[in-house]
Design a protein around this ligand. Sequence first.
Ligand SMILES: [Zn+2]
Length: 304
Amino acid sequence: MSYAPVRARLDAGELVVLDGAIGTEILRREVTWADHQLQTRPELVRSIHSSYLAAGADVISSNTFQLSRRGFMQHFKDAEHMRHIGASGLETRWAELVQAGVRLAQEARQAAGLGDSVAVAGAMTTLEWCFRPDLAPSGDAADAEYRELASVFAEAGCDLLLIETVNSVREAVAAARAARAVGLPCWIAFVPDEAGNLFSGETLAQACAALEPLQPDALLVNCAPPSDIALGLRQLVRHSSAPVGIYPHIGRFDPPEWMFTDEYPPPRYLELAREWLASGARIIGGCCGTTPEHIAQLSTRLRM
Ligand SMILES: [Zn+2]
């Protein structure tokens, strides 16, 4: 079980370095996002994982952001319409892509000879668009969908679930329950607004309280600019009994892709990461726009 070294580090109050962006790194390497490149360009995805491993990440996450049954269904009127006009195999493609995503991360770890010292996180996110809590499905539907998704990740053999860019308490609880049901450690990362609250209007204090009975293994904030995200981090440090982490994005969202900016080159990112560490963050990585060079700064200069 590859989560044990990560748990030991967190228990000792030591830093755990999470990887950086994959989706935007695919773009930076000048190809497109189609099918997450899991089936058409597996070597590209594997090489990005390898770069993060070489950069010293303790946890690498699968390139599976927003892959779900619902994600495919959204393109159609209903299941019958999908069968009628869609390509064959669409009903199970999401699960095949999730499995492929976890496998590529595992293969990169094996190729690097890192064995159990690095954990592979299965990356999943909100069932609907992560910046739109108003679109989220109701409690029962969310529970069932998360359970199905988590079980595919568990079968694929990931070491923990990283539930990212979560925008409401209800969805965080549904995701954490699903992780518990399949027996995987879970990290839940919330997207905070400039005031350090969730997009649903709820507070991170409320989120921490609601998750407490489920004993998440870590709570984090992600996918907000460094200038916005520190307030969210402060809330988590104050209210979470679990270890706390942070991985902001850098650059600008330019739908459906990403615009890279030079506001936070790796040395500047390191300076900020020192502040996050001093504030209490023990898991630090990068979201959209970050690169292996950013992660290398963290792993070589930030460890105590
Ligand atoms: Zn992001």
